[in-house]
Every structure is written in C-alpha cells, then in structure tokens.
Write a protein that binds this ligand. Structure first.
Ligand code: IDC
Length: 332
C-alpha cells in the first residue's frame, strides 16, 4: 500500500513539473479593462495599478508566421505574457519598411490581426511605429499621420490597444520629438479619446530624465524607456530615478538581457536588478524579441522550426529567463 501511494505521489509530482500552462489571469484586458494613467502610474479601468510583462515581436514584415491565433495562445499561456508588442519597422528590415517599400496594406492588416489575436487570448497589444535607422520621427510624418488616424479609428472600441508612436528617436533633440508627438497624439485622441499612448524619448528612448524636465501635456501618456542589461547598469537606473521622482509615467517598451546590439553577452544578474527596480516602481516591461534569429536576444531557439505548440525547451536562454521571471513575478 505504501509503495502504491509513493508511486502515485511521484506521478503527480512529475505531471506538475511538466505543466505547459503559465497563464496568470491578473492584469489582462478581461480583468483590468481599458488602461489609464493615474498619478504617474499605469492603471486598470478601476484606477488600481497594473504591471504588464511581455515580449516584443521582431518586426511584423518578417514575422508573419508568428501572427496567428495559435501563436498568440502560446504567448499568453506558455510564456505567460499579458502584453505583446507589434514592432513595425518604418525604415529598413530590407525593403520591408512600412515607409520604404513595404506593402502598406499587408503590414496594416498584420497589425490589426495582432490586435484581434491579442484580444482573443486576453493580452494587451502595443502598436509600435518602429523608427530606428530613420532617426527622426518627423521623417515619415505623413505616413505616421495616416497610419495612426486609421488605426485609432479601427481600434477605438478595443480595450487592449496601446499606441507607441516612435520606438527610438535618435540624433534628434527632445523639442523635435515633442513636435512630432504634438502632431500625432491629437490625431489619435480625436478618434480614440481614452487611448493610452507611449512616446519615445531622446537617445534611443534612454533619456526619460530629459522628458521629465519638460513633459508633454496630455493625459494617459507614458514615456518610453529602453535598456539592455549588459550595456546599461546602475548609472542608467539613477537617471531613471530622477524621472520617477518627478512622477513621469514610464513604460519599458523594449529591453534585453543582452548587449544593446541584441547579441552576446548576456547579463541575467543585471537584468534581475532591472526587473526588481521596475517592479518596485510599478513600471511595465517588454523584452526584445519573439524571434529565432541568430542573436542571444531572440527568445526562440534558432533550431526551433515551430510557429505554435511551443514548449519550455523550445525557448532560448533569453526566452526561458523571461518565462521564469514572469512566473515568479506573477506569483508575488
Ligand atoms: C535589432 C535586431 C537585429 C536587426 C537590427 C536592425 O535585433 O536583428 O538587424 O535591429 O534592424 C533596438 C531596436 C531594435 C534592435 C535591438 C537590438 O529597437 O530594432 O533590433 N535594439 O539591436 N534598440 C536597442 C537595441
């Protein structure tokens, strides 16, 4: 009898450690609804704080295979993320940039598909106007106006959309970024008045302290902070603290557990310090990237050919670190 009980206990323990599900029902659209910013903090419709923990796509123009209901189910239930960032390059990524030869209609539909699959799998979705090598968000201002006018009309009745209007302004000053934001934000708000918007900050969205000294004047607006743990350490956090002390609403729409190149080395210990810092200050965070490219920041193993049906072992060091971190943080 004792042997039988012992065998049953072992079987139960084995079954639990192979659990695929890592879904946490908290801080999702079904439970928190339309987000808002209250007193410098991202909150749910009820006015209480929300922390979103997620991952960024690599670039919709080259990740179509991952923009499916099945993949989004895995994002929510296997990785446990409650926010997914639809990064759409405006320039670059070959000739697939939205503003530089990409198929605008195809890219727009992929972005809207992501919103729909996010809603179906109870995740928030960030529509990321992923400027990078184009430096100045004003460079393709007409395309940006058209895209955000159309998206905010199509998404105005959704409760799971966050508009990220410029990924990483660089080689431009804060005045130039504000000029762009003061053009785009009113367009979005005219169609989607209660929308949550994230604006990039100077120097590849690393200088929230500069924005905190001269913030824009809109409700439900957050300021992007990006970091890579092997490149940005305590000095960067000290800078961020200046913005936190001024109650600037911050959203880490992109970070890595690697160098800022997106590649080696890892610095998982520093990444843990960053997550402690963000969670203590109620700041949401999204890791780069949901891809299998040959870079250490890629969350999926380069050898994994799956587009859905993912299991823990299909993920790389970065991907498994993210899954473990989200599980640990969600349980606190
Ligand atoms: C990188 C990709 C890399 C690609 C490069 C240029 O990982 O494969 O060749 O973009 O398109 C960022 C950017 C993000 C970068 C990432 C890593 O927002 O697009 O992705 N990074 O370099 N800012 C800091 C780092």
């Amino acid at each position: 009898m004792k042997k039988l009980l012992l065998i049953c206990l072992c079987l139960i323990m084995l079954a639990s450690c192979g659990t695929k599900e890592s879904f946490d029902g908290k801080d999702r659209p079904s439970s928190r609804g339309q987000l808002q910013v209250v007193d410098g903090q991202l909150c749910g419709a009820d006015g209480n704080p929300v922390i979103l923990r997620g991952i960024s796509g690599y670039g919709v123009s080259v990740s179509e295979r991952y923009i499916t209901d099945e993949t989004f189910h895995d994002l929510a239930h296997v990785m446990g993320v409650n926010v997914f960032r639809m990064a759409m390059y405006t320039y670059g990524m070959g000739s697939f940039g939205y503003c530089t030869g990409g198929d605008k209609e195809k890219l727009y539909k992929l972005m809207m598909d992501g919103v729909e699959y996010g809603q179906k799998n109870d995740m928030y979705v960030i529509l990321d106007w992923h400027i990078l090598s184009d430096n100045d968000p004003n460079k393709y201002i007409d395309d940006a106006k058209d895209f955000f006018d159309r998206a905010s009309k199509d998404c105005k009745d959704r409760n799971n959309v966050i508009y990220e209007i410029c990924n990483e302004p660089n080689h431009v000053d804060w005045e130039t970024i504000k000029e762009y934001a003061n053009t785009i934000i009113p367009i979005i708000r005219n169609n989607d008045p209660d929308s949550v918007i994230v604006v990039g900050t100077p120097d590849w969205s690393s200088r929230v302290d500069i924005a905190a000294d001269d913030p824009l004047d809109y409700p439900n607006l957050l300021y992007a902070l990006h970091f890579y743990s092997a490149s940005h350490k305590q000095e960067s956090r000290d800078n961020v603290q200046k913005a936190i002390d001024k109650k600037l609403p911050i959203f880490v729409t992109e970070y890595g557990v690697t160098a800022s190149t997106g590649n080696f080395p890892y610095d998982l210990d520093e990444a843990d310090l960053w997550i402690d810092f963000l969670e203590t200050n109620g700041i949401s965070h999204v890791m780069w990237s949901f891809s299998k490219v040959s870079e250490s920041s890629a969350a999926i193993k380069a050898s994994c050919l799956k587009a859905s049906g993912f299991e823990y072992d299909d993920f790389s060091t970065s991907g498994q670190w993210l899954i473990d971190m989200i599980k640990n943080r969600s349980e606190k």
